[in-house]
Design a protein around this ligand. Structure first.
Ligand code: ATP
Length: 340
């Protein structure tokens, strides 16, 4: 049985379904990212796991104990599930140790727990500093230590990095994810940022309109999306029409090998980095963006707009005539009748 399990969780607000039957399983020590667009129900699910919101239906178990179900509801204080919000704010008038001790008692055991936690996150040497004497990264580590100190069984993070500027955000999310793995903490990170979900999640659960539509390791999600919607949500993708026969599909960029067993009219997912751009007569370059590490081309090919990404400085300018070919592995494809 999984360490944490949510089964058929449903929740409506004023007649509108925020969650429409969510199933989720998280293993002990695993870090799961909950990824989805705004309003898809991520925060509601997190709040239900924490016990801050009552589900209309469904069951939650943690370590074989039912936390929420038809005949049982364990209060948030008794669940030993910690929550970290967007606002990492520390108490400015308390030292680092004081901040970490907040929420614990005054016993000797609690004092030992504070110093153990500071040790764990590598902050013992800063125990007597005040928040305004810390760097952004250190302050955020203290906030994580504060959440870890009561020894939660699970830590829930609700868009924890969204208030940080890009540089700090990139550094800190990797740091926190590494820390969670180091201490073996079972954690769930809510985010609407695909890149972030891939960095912090051992697995990523993709949510859409109150449902989890796919769960998998980042590379599996990227390479084997189970719908066109997931394909475009977890990265840039060209969706091309074609007709699949014998494991191949004929498209505007030539023959593309398929990863699955689709036959007949379909839409094939072509990642921009799997297109090669050469001088030729197939289409025209509409725009060029050079990012330093790679170049992104927007192309018009036979009435279709294509995005291509090459690891090189730009060879073409808008207006140049080019040819495009597929260089990637077996691509994902979906029967054209699919509305997703
Ligand atoms: P975001 O990324 O924007 O925070 P989310 O995926 O976390 O979005 P939720 O906050 O869970 O989404 O909201 C899911 C749906 O439920 C939304 O349509 C939202 O408007 C609605 N909702 C959430 N909380 C309440 C509430 N307390 N009362 C009424 N509607 C609510």
């Amino acid at each position: 049985m999984p360490y944490l399990q949510a089964t058929d969780i449903a929740k409506r607000f004023n007649g509108t379904a925020a969650l429409a039957g969510v199933n989720l399983a998280v293993e002990r020590g695993e870090s799961l990212a909950l990824l989805g667009p705004s309003g898809c129900g991520k925060t509601t699910l997190l709040r239900i796991l924490a016990g801050l919101e009552l589900p209309d239906r469904g069951e939650i178990t943690l370590e074989d104990e039912t936390l929420s179900g038809p005949a049982r509801f364990v209060s948030p204080e008794q669940r030993r599930i910690g929550m970290v919000f967007q606002d990492w704010a520390l108490f400015p008038h308390m030292t680092v140790a004081g901040n970490v001790a907040f929420g614990l008692g005054k016993s000797v055991i609690d004092r030992i727990r504070v110093s153990e936690t500071l040790d764990l996150v590598g902050l013992s040497h800063l125990a007597d500093r005040y928040p305004d004497e810390l760097s952004g990264g250190q302050a955020q580590r203290v906030a994580v230590a504060r959440a870890l100190a009561p020894r939660p069984r699970v830590l829930l993070f609700d868009e924890p990095f969204s208030n940080l500027d890009t540089d700090l955000r990139t550094r800190i999310r990797a740091d926190v994810a590494a820390l969670m793995r180091e201490v073996g903490m079972t954690s769930i990170f809510v985010t609407h940022d695909q890149e972030e979900s891939f960095v912090v999640g051992d697995r990523v659960a993709v949510m859409r309109e109150g449902r989890i539509v796919q769960v998998g390791r980042p590379a599996d999600l990227y390479q084997h999306p189970t719908s066109a919607w997931v394909a475009t949500f977890v990265g840039e993708a060209n969706l091309l029409n074609g007709v699949a026969t014998n494991g191949h599909v004929s498209t505007e960029v030539g023959e593309v090998p398929l990863a699955g067993k689709v036959r007949g009219p379909c839409r094939v997912v072509i990642r921009p980095e799997h297109l090669a751009v050469d001088r030729g007569n197939q289409g025209v370059v509409s725009s060029v963006e050079f990012y330093g590490h790679d170049t992104s081309y927007e192309l018009a090919v036979g009435g279709t707009r294509l995005l291509a990404r090459v690891i090189a400085a730009p060879d073409f300018v808008p207006g140049d005539r080019v040819s495009v070919s597929y260089t990637g592995p077996g691509a994902a494809a979906f029967a054209a009748v699919s509305s997703s």
